[in-house]
Design a protein around this ligand. Structure first.
Ligand code: ATP
Length: 916
């Protein structure tokens, strides 16, 4: 059966043999998965691992080296040829492993941010990975969802879909389940269908999945199948450019070395080999791969801390963040709402109990109330229970009144926690939506949106209908004309309004989120299921106010403090009332009465961009804002030169999230569309995770600087060694194989270990980095050049000393060879911090580094003493004195800083007062 848009819902249900209220059973799902496969696009052809390994040998410099190997073999230098070949192979394997790890972690990332879908299966609502959808599944669609399959609609409530990806039409299209389309209907006209790849901009609905995977309409458009490639980060681009520059610089220096050697009468072949080896050693070919690996590994560390990076460049930007604009509900607070106060019929009731547990009582002036007598309270709670889509669960089983007295251990809410709190509060008074629905069905809904700040539902039958509305007090009060006193409804006088607003402000200033509730009787002509909209919300009867607490997350206060120390400002942006927002912001120390502003959405609207720019640095709280305001706030902050991280969950937050330097979406509460627009997703919706990610972002950047410093200063040292020696008229201080070996032991594991160096303790005590700054700023280039000169002078110095005094070229080369390696091994520890010495940072903090350096030193000793390697590398054994000399010259800066550290420590210990 095809042409789903021409079929009735019943026909399709019959065809797929499914149940609207139950969905498919696990067995049916299994069968269908076998028959239709996973709901995914045909996988791109995977490149075989061996092809990637071969690709390592296609690098220009490696090819030159291979040609050199061939020439060596041709000239009978078999040992040289074999050594170079082995070194090239090991280098290629190292490069391959680095790239493979990077790719694997990026793949793992993509899996983590894979889309999900809500379906009915075995009679239960379930959230499943979208790839497991099968035809016949009953899909529940909500605002902000990105659809993962082609579906026929069963029921809609104000459903609007943006289908630009499919039809090019950017305006949302409203959908209706009851329509039947004809054969000729184009994709854009099929109002009873929704398609994979499109997103829900408004409303909700239920639909039956008809086509999945390659059989969907997008699946047929082959071009759209290829997933976007991971874009290189700005740093990767800059380093690639730097790489080109270094290649040409190195080649020029190598040429000078080669020409001087030849001019001085060295053998042509030896000089060519030396030139090529030097070029291979000097060009930091490992740089891009290590950058990617440390980015990818850092990203994995972030995942462990619940931050999922969707766009790799964000990792760099994270370290530059100067402002975090955070939602309040759920991010700074726990989002476990509990009703504490109810204002109804001019009485303010206290509500006891904790979390979503339905144990609790209603008190008036400290005394337990008789619920039967408090009619106004009952009505208020009933509105809250009915105008509600959340389900209370105990140990994951739905609760609907029958289980009321059961002992609870784990209560949870499926749906919006604000509504959950209302279900629980009503439950405490024995009022349950499911009980009411047995006699009166729900006929329609005007859904909640952050812009409207309220929602309504219609219940009733046989001509007697009621509209129930709940929402932000300011919004609901505007549409109320009457007031429910308990037994009678009276006109809402200005005095009464004032009394209500006083009650409201009292609750809000105690950090309670306040909702107002109202209702209205409707006639049959006003209840039109398909055309129900906000125009019915008028002349309503005010039923009461409900105040609920949403405590701040305990760990957030510390995180905000650590942001402040790190020069990062925290701004609260919330749809909640200003007083509630200020109360919580003060508790979290985001807001201080004398030094910061709290701006409400309507005040923001009155400001033009210039006026906003003037005060934006002082505003700590934005209250009652809608998603459109968020966009203005981000833009203003950016104009003031800030690097902004902005959180969001709703579909309308997507533009602001896109505009922010780091768009942060909520993993749990966020919609698919928001997640797609974001650079980072918080798996736990928690503010502290943003701070953790910033810390990791700073750490990753620091590590990149560390190994750039290490690699470049070492390579410079190698080039200068050869260059200076040739200028001074010495023979080659290092043989080609020795140069290649130095490159292998120093550029490989020690550099990689630096890439995963643990973060320094003070990393969150420094101001944010300027995004425009170069990787070499803050004195890094000076450090690289000075160290390069130092390494080369030590190496040439030792070489000259032994060569001139002992006239022993082989020993001179061996000692120069060891000096060059050891200088780099000492230097790698210095690279761990730009401020502190290796000893202050802690020599053994990076276990991998200690392991890599120990391994490299042992290998070097092997090369000097093992007869087999002596033959290959032309080394000779060194005496103890030789070693002492080499260690002293290559590590003098390291050794002196160690001695200084030891003395300081001793002095510190002696200056401590003795304990009694
Ligand atoms: P955040 O602090 O994360 O921005 P918020 O929950 O305060 O989120 P919104 O969800 O936009 O912001 O809610 C704005 C206002 O709308 C709330 O202060 C509340 O008065 C009202 N409201 C929230 N949820 C509902 C709901 N489910 N039904 C009716 N009104 C609601």
């Amino acid at each position: 059966m095809e042409q789903w848009h021409r079929r009735t819902v019943d026909e399709i249900i019959g065809f797929w043999q499914t149940e609207v209220n139950e969905g498919l059973s696990s067995k049916e799902v299994k069968e269908k998965l076998q028959r239709f496969g996973f709901n995914e696009m045909a996988a791109q052809e995977k490149i075989a691992w061996w092809k990637k390994l071969v690709a390592q040998f296609q690098d220009f410099m490696v090819l030159v080296l291979l040609a050199a190997t061939l020439i060596s073999a041709f000239l009978g230098e078999f040992a040289d040829a074999a050594t170079i070949l082995i070194i090239v192979i090991i280098n290629a394997i190292l490069g391959f492993v680095q790239e493979y790890r990077a790719e694997k972690s990026l793949q793992a990332l993509q899996k983590l941010s894979a889309p999900t879908a809500r379906v009915l299966r075995n009679g239960n609502l379930q959230q499943i990975p979208a790839r497991e959808l099968v035809p016949g599944d009953i899909l529940i669609i909500e605002t902000g969802d990105k659809l993962a399959a082609d579906c026929r609609l069963i029921e809609t409530k104000g459903l609007e879909i943006e289908e630009a990806a499919l039809t090019g039409e950017s305006l949302p299209v409203s959908k209706a389940a009851s329509l039947l389309c004809n054969e000729a209907s184009a994709l854009g006209d099929r109002k009873n269908m929704v398609y994979a790849g499109t997103s829900v901009t408004r409303g909700r609905g239920t639909a039956i999945v008809c086509d999945t995977g390659m059989r969907t309409e997008v699946g047929r458009i082959a071009d759209m199948l290829q997933t976007a490639e991971q874009e290189p980060t700005p740093l990767e681009i800059r380093l690639a450019k730097l790489g080109h520059l270094l290649v040409w610089g190195c080649l020029a220096v190598c040429l000078v070395v080669v020409l001087t050697g030849i001019w001085k009468g060295e053998p042509l072949f030896l000089m060519c080999m030396a030139g090529i080896s030097l070029a291979v050693a000097a060009i930091p070919e490992g740089l891009p791969a290590i950058v990617t690996v440390s980015l990818a590994l850092g990203v994995q560390r972030m995942i462990r801390r619940n931050a999922i990076i969707r766009k790799l460049p964000a990792v760099e930007t994270l370290g530059c963040t100067t402002v975090i604009c955070s939602d309040k509900t759920g991010t700074l607070t726990q989002n476990t709402m509990t009703v504490r106060q109810v204002f109804a019929g001019s009485h303010a009731f206290e509500v006891t109990g904790n979390g979503y547990d339905i144990k609790g009582e209603f008190l008036l002036n400290q005394a337990k109330v008789n619920l039967q007598r408090e009619k106004a309270l009952q009505v208020c709670l009933t509105v809250g229970a009915l105008c509600n889509n959340s389900v209370l669960k105990r140990n994951n089983v739905g609760i609907s009144g029958l289980w009321r007295r059961a002992q609870a251990d784990s209560w949870s809410i499926e749906g919006d926690p604000t509504e959950g709190a209302l279900v629980v509060a009503a439950g405490k008074a024995g009022i349950w939506r499911e009980t009411v629905e047995k006699t009166q069905p729900r006929l329609g809904e005007v859904p909640f949106t952050s812009e409207r700040r309220c929602m309504s539902v219609v219940y009733g039958q046989k001509g007697l209908y009621t509209l129930y509305t709940k929402g932000a007090a300011d919004t609901v009060m505007e549409v109320c004309k009457y007031y429910n006193k308990g037994n009678v409804e009276v006109i809402l006088t200005p005095e009464m309004k004032e009394q209500i607003m006083t009650a409201h402000d009292g609750m809000a200033s105690q950090a309670l989120r306040v909702l107002a509730l109202a209702y209205r009787k409707l006639g049959p002509q006003q209840v039109n299921k398909d055309a129900l909209d906000e125009s019915v919300e008028r002349d309503m009867v005010f039923a009461g106010l409900i105040g609920m607490i949403d405590p701040p997350r305990s760990e957030v206060k510390q995180a905000i403090l650590s942001c402040r120390q790190a020069g990062i400002k925290t701004v609260m942006i919330t749809g909640d009332h200003r007083d509630t927002a200020i109360a919580i912001a003060s508790e979290l120390q985001i807001y201080q009465e004398n030094s910061s502003y709290a701006l409400a959405g309507h005040e923001l609207e009155k400001l033009d961009d210039k006026e906003l720019d003037k005060i934006v640095d002082q505003v700590a709280v934005y209250a009652r804002v809608s998603p459109a305001h968020k966009l203005r706030i981000v833009k203003a902050l950016k104009r003031r030169g800030h690097v902004v991280a902005m959180t969001g969950d709703g579909i309308n937050d997507a533009p602001a999230i896109k505009e922010a330097n780091i768009g942060v979406a909520m993993g749990k509460a966020g919609t698919d569309v928001t997640k797609e627009a974001s650079a980072m997703v918080l798996a736990d919706d928690n503010f502290t995770t943003i701070v953790a990610a910033i810390e990791e972002g700073r750490g990753i950047y620091e590590n990149i600087r560390k190994f750039i410093r290490y690699l470049l200063s070492c390579n410079l040292g190698e080039v200068l060694t050869m260059f200076i020696a040739s200028l001074l008229g010495f023979p080659l201080p290092l043989l080609p194989v020795q140069i290649l070996w130095v490159n292998l032991v120093t550029d490989g594991f020690p550099a990689m270990a630096l890439g995963i160096d643990p973060n320094q303790r003070d990393i969150m005590q420094r101001p944010p980095r300027n995004p425009e700054e170069s990787v070499f700023s803050r004195g890094l280039s000076r450090k690289i050049i000075m160290r390069g000169i130092q390494i080369s002078c030590s190496t040439v110095g030792i070489f000259a000393l032994v060569y001139l005094l002992q006239d022993n070229l082989q020993l001179a080369r061996t000692m120069a060879f060891v000096t060059l390696v050891l200088s780099q091994m000492f230097h790698v520890f210095d690279c761990r911090s730009e401020i502190f010495t290796a000893f202050e940072v802690g020599l053994t903090k990076n276990k991998y580094l200690v392991l890599a350096v120990t391994g490299s030193v042992l290998m070097q000793i092997g090369v000097v003493y093992h007869p087999f390697f002596q033959g290959i590398f032309q080394t000779v054994p060194m005496s103890l004195f030789d070693w002492l000399l080499v260690v002293a010259i290559s590590g003098w800066t390291f050794i002196t800083s160690g001695v200084r550290y030891a003395f300081r420590k001793k002095r510190y210990m002696f200056s401590q007062p003795k304990r009694a």
